[in-house]
Design a binder for this molecule. Sequence first.
Ligand SMILES: [Fe+2]
Ligand SMILES: [Fe+2]
Length: 168
Amino acid sequence: MPLTNRTGIFSEENRSKREELIGRLQRAYWMEIETVMSYMANSINPDGVRAREIVESLEQDIQEELGHARQFGERIKELYGVVEGSMEFSPEQKYLQPPEHQTDIVHVIKGVIEAEKGAIEHYSRIIEFCDGLDWVTQDMVIAIQHDEEGHLRLFEGFIREFEAEGLV
Ligand SMILES: [Fe+2]
Ligand SMILES: [Fe+2]
């Protein structure tokens, strides 16, 4: 609870909205953490020359997704929430598990696209929820969503290339 009289998202009348927002940010935090886990594994496992570009992109994204997780966590704290511990984590990214064959890079690209789309969907709803309520969180999540749209576009480009070569 805020220690002094506050307005907007910190006001007493917005207490339940603040709690709901913290819940949504917590989910976003876990999505980012799981993405770090999945991108880490999928940047190490792949074999073959075709995988090199994908692996390098994932290595860069891991750092960005880690930064997003930290931003979500810090905003949770600013909103007087507490970032959950690892026992509260439950995985969701079935589509980013290692493929049967480690040369199957299309499986990885498709999994990344699904993860990015899922993040964009969840973040869009947070942005809408914050409208007129919490401009700071809204601004932060818009910037993060911009990063995810960049990741999505990059991996859609990879899929297009594989499609053009008849490999999908
Ligand atoms: Fe992210
Ligand atoms: Fe991303």
